[in-house]
Design a protein around this ligand. Structure first.
Ligand SMILES: Nc1nc2c(ncn2[C@@H]2O[C@H](COP(=O)(O)OP(=O)(O)OP(=O)(O)O)[C@@H](O)[C@H]2O)c(=O)[nH]1
Ligand SMILES: [Zn+2]
Length: 362
């Protein structure tokens, strides 16, 4: 139908649906299932899903490791929902907040064989919606019919797979002059992705020569550090120091990427902070929540730089992964410019963990 939503638009809708606790219908070949994010599930919806069939819980292998559940599919574990399990059980499986106080007791009935594609896609969508990576699925005989009958968003994975893999193209919406403390010659550019995801910003200082390597910083959003002056990380001082150096040199570009909490979203980052107060470090906290250490997609930064006409950078960073990712996505890093500011007693352990576990250069 001419005005019907495309797969990109339906994926955006699916992310919104999951956040609202509305099921989405996933299909792959002859397999079909209703999927909901555990975090947004209500008792009424859970009862409705149980009436429809036998729900299965999908968790990442990272979360399964803490729960001592078997991740038979490699990157994820599928568990049969016990008869007596209610919303409280499901939330405790998904959210590690009370793991130490009330450890979840197995044995869990971990499923193997069959096709885990629908479960994997549900986890992918939950992460993209910045929810905990845990989903409940109920198989249905006919996906298209169920979606039409219940007025739910239908995602066919054969159609969706290329979209889930690629970095969405971004285009510039607007730019405007912004005098700043660091430089009066500032300009803010707003970039909007095609897939309805987060907008990202580029702050251009002066008029950098497109033919020479530009002093550049890829800054990931940190509400707590950038805005609140948190002492738990070094983001705020790094942001200001990068802009100051660009101002002093008279030219540079800072990308402000809205990938809060290394891509897990602010709510999940605050969950990670709670776990850090229970004694886990920044990497362990991400894993217990079911995430990888770093869920950011650096292709976005490379794409914005290319769109702006930059092919080579002098990159302000202590993170070797950022350098590798830029090189791998068409941006030549001619020099690494260290950015060591903002060390405090409160962030010493955080910075030491990044050096020890994430390869950060001290
Ligand atoms: N998940 C999680 N994210 C955090 C934590 N502390 C800070 N962050 C996020 O980490 C990101 C910081 O990234 P960057 O400033 O790019 O730093 P980096 O990857 O360490 O690399 P460089 O600063 O370039 O050396 C921001 O998105 C913060 O919100 C934490 O404990 N857990
Ligand atoms: Zn920070």
């Amino acid at each position: 139908m001419p005005l019907s939503p495309s797969i990109i638009e339906r994926l955006a809708r699916a992310r919104g649906d999951l956040r609202m606790g509305v099921p989405v219908v996933l299909t792959s070949g002859s397999a079909a299932a209703l999927a909901v994010a555990v975090e947004a599930l209500t008792p009424v919806r859970l009862a409705d899903l149980r009436r429809l069939g036998t729900p299965e819980l999908a968790l990442t292998a990272r979360r399964a490791e803490t729960l001592k559940a078997r991740p038979y599919d490699g990157d994820l574990a599928r568990l049969a929902l016990p008869e007596e399990a209610g919303l409280e059980w499901l939330c405790a499986m998904a959210d590690p907040a009370d793991d130490l106080r009330v450890p979840m007791k197995g044995p869990f009935l971990c499923l193997r064989g069959g096709n885990p594609a629908l479960h994997r896609a549900a986890i992918h969508l939950a992460k993209a919606a910045h929810l905990l990576p845990a989903a409940l699925l109920v198989a249905v005989p006919d996906g298209a019919e169920t979606a039409a009958l219940m007025n739910l968003t239908l995602i066919d994975l054969t159609e969706a797979a290329p979209e889930l893999e690629r970095a969405s193209p971004l285009s510039e919406v607007v730019s405007a002059r912004l005098p700043m403390v660091a430089s009066t010659a500032g300009r803010v550019h707003i970039f909007r992705p095609e897939d309805g995801g987060e907008e990202h910003y580029a702050i251009e200082i002066g008029q950098p020569d497109r033919k020479a390597p530009v002093l550049a910083r890829l800054h990931s959003a940190c509400f707590t550090g950038d805005v609140l002056g948190s002492l738990k990380c070094d983001c705020g001082p790094q942001l200001r120091a990068a802009l100051a150096q660009m101002g002093a040199e008279g030219a540079g570009v800072l990308l402000y990427l809205n990938q809060e909490g290394r891509g897990i979203g602010l709510a999940n980052k605050m969950r990670a902070y709670s776990l850090q107060d229970q004694g886990f470090d920044t990497v362990e906290a991400n894993h217990r929540l079911g995430f990888e250490d770093d869920e950011r997609d650096f292709r976005i930064g490379a794409g914005i730089l290319r769109t702006m006409g930059f092919g080579a950078v002098r990159l302000l960073t202590n993170n070797p992964r950022k350098i590798a990712m830029m090189q791998g996505h068409g941006i030549n890093v001619t020099e690494r410019v260290p950015l060591r500011v903002g060390q405090t007693d409160q962030n010493a352990a955080y910075l030491a963990t990044k050096a020890a576990k994430s390869g950060h250069l001290l």
